[in-house]
Design a protein around this ligand. Sequence first.
Ligand code: GAR
Length: 200
Amino acid sequence: MAAFPPPSRLVVLVSGSGTNLQALLDAGANVVAVGADREGIVGLERAERAGLPTFVAKLKDFGSREEWDAGLAEAVASFEPDLIVSAGFMKIVGKEFLARFGGRFVNTHPALLPSFPGAHGVRDALAYGAKVTGCTVHFVDDGVDTGPIIAQSAVEVRPGDTEEALHERIKEVERRLLVDVVGRLSRDGYRIEGRKVLLP
Ligand code: GAR
């Protein structure tokens, strides 16, 4: 199992069930806070059960998308993270967030990028008729799921798969990959050279 020694402080952002967050917590990651773009989600309950501080930045509570982005960045910054992990966070961050956290903002996506970016990676792979899909852990840049790739795992599409069944199988692989990647980044450090992520 991966070890997450201090001082790698992680802030995790969620929008849903938070099973990737739970996998990080179960692996002993040094998660210092959990943020969300909405209330009433299981991801926040998991954080509260773990005794972690939480914060919510809802788009509709801000005057503009830019103000929301700056507010989210400020909330994240207050926990002084080394790495920020988007674990099912279903919002695209903006300029201010990336100016502060570019190069240390990691996202996990349920498809083999650059195929099937966006909010419906599993549905789109299935509809396309792909025989193999999977998950990608990558750094976030100013595109939609276009940043430098850290690691990927493949998952076979089965005949008769539904979006839900396929997504569940992807998530099993995805949680292990995310725990492994975040552990390595925290423990061993990394360099980003252009599109290449170099792990020691
Ligand atoms: C994960 O499969 C993640 O890749 C996906 O949401 C799921 C969250 O699951 N994210 C996206 O689709 C982002 N475009 P979880 O809330 O149980 O961790």
